[in-house]
Design a protein around this ligand. Structure first.
Ligand code: PLP
Length: 371
């Protein structure tokens, strides 16, 4: 490739840990002529997006918006706004992204206590209970769908414990959002962030975020300025305040067009139908992979439907086969992350990439390679 040539990329089938494939309607929306980001038409589009974030998170939270940056910025938004130097935070760690939250919380000047589970297992609520008995954290943060291990973390029991301890519950729903049940209000989640590129199947680079009234109260009572200007919600929230909108930054206009269309597709399908589709295609893939000798890392009760973490069959060179899948079949699957690098595959069936055709394409390619 050379910059002198028009951009032309391979047509990949995205079955890694994200981004997932985007619907042609989403790609078409991105090529809509630009609007100014303070144009009343664009303000209406942002209002519509906000309403669709609320519907898909099953929340009435007024402070619901989209950060103009990827999931990691959503993570940082939640933590830098809620934590001040000297606060205590309990961070649950069962994979790469829990570690990232702990790192950010420490950078906020918080004292961090960690509750850990072996990678491939969820956090045991009893371990959190022990930590809460000897601490008084301002917040507890946990990953709902740990993309590095394929674990779905049950949240309801944990939410109760966190609130009994008088703390806020912060949840990473980057991978679970729009692919598995997630009830922000019913489950008592106080601050939540996600990403656009997983089960929502929009382009990467945007992060839906929502704060409960309790979390907003904490924001309003801060003693110190948020250390990040860009992510400071006391400024950002005015940008999502409908007609009263005040300039904060220049929104990624084309990305928002795409996001709007991706949300419309989610709502047309219906959340429950979408969750059921993710489960069905996961089961189809599971049966096919097990026949070929792959083994799932996670106990069936805690398996993510949209991210399948599997050990490759004995004797298979995982890196070489992944390369072959990409180069010969245009199929992307993910390798292991962190402690699992070189040991695992992470096969995504997210959003538009969760179809029987995707499953059958991958299984057929694997059968040909393994022959
Ligand atoms: N949290 C989880 C669970 C993720 O899977 C990811 C990305 O894969 C992130 C956070 C960070 O999101 P991004 O890569 O969009 O910054």
């Amino acid at each position: 490739m050379s910059y002198k040539n028009e951009l032309k990329t391979s047509q990949r089938v995205l079955m890694g840990p994200g981004p997932s494939d985007a619907h042609p309607r989403v790609l078409k929306a991105m090529s809509t002529p630009l609007l100014g980001h303070l144009d009343p038409e664009f303000v209406t589009i942002m209002d519509e997006i906000k309403e669709m974030v609320q519907l898909t998170l099953q929340t009435k939270n007024n402070l619901t918006f989209v950060v103009s940056a990827p999931g990691s910025a959503g993570m940082e938004t939640c933590l830098v706004n809620l934590l001040e130097p000297g606060d205590e935070a309990v961070i649950c760690i069962h994979g790469v992204f829990g570690n990232r939250m702990a790192d950010i919380a420490e950078r906020c000047g918080a004292t961090v206590k960690k509750v850990e589970a072996p990678w491939g297992q969820p956090i045991d609520p009893q371990d959190l209970k022990k930590t809460l008995a000897t601490s008084k954290p301002k917040l507890v943060a946990i990953v709902h769908a740990e993309t590095s291990t394929g674990v779905l973390q049950p949240l309801e029991e944990i939410s109760k414990m966190v609130h009994e301890a008088g703390a806020l519950l912060v949840v990473d729903a980057v991978t679970s959002y729009c692919g598995a049940e997630l009830k922000m209000d019913e489950w008592g989640i106080d601050a939540l962030y996600s990403g656009s590129q997983k089960c929502l199947s929009a382009p990467p680079g945007m992060s839906p975020v929502s704060f409960s009234d309790r979390a907003v109260e904490v924001l309003d009572n801060r003693k110190t300025k948020v250390q990040s200007w860009f992510l400071d919600l006391s400024l950002v929230k005015n940008y999502w305040a409908g007609a009263k909108r005040a300039y904060h930054h220049t929104a990624p206009v084309s990305q928002m067009f795409a996001l709007r269309e991706a949300y419309r597709i989610v709502l047309e399908e219906g959340l429950e139908n979408r969750f059921a589709r993710h489960r069905r295609n996961h089961e189809l893939l599971r049966d096919g992979l097990e026949e070929l000798g792959f083994e799932f890392l996670v106990d069936p009760a805690y398996r993510l439907p949209m991210l399948n973490a599997v050990r490759v069959p004995k004797g298979m060179d995982e890196g070489a086969v992944r390369k072959q899948l990409l180069n010969e079949f245009n199929i992307e699957v993910g390798g292991g992350l962190g402690a699992f690098a070189g040991k695992l595959w992470r096969i995504g069936l997210m959003g538009e990439s969760s179809t029987p055709n995707h499953v059958n394409m991958l299984l057929s390619a694997l059968k040909m390679i393994m022959k």
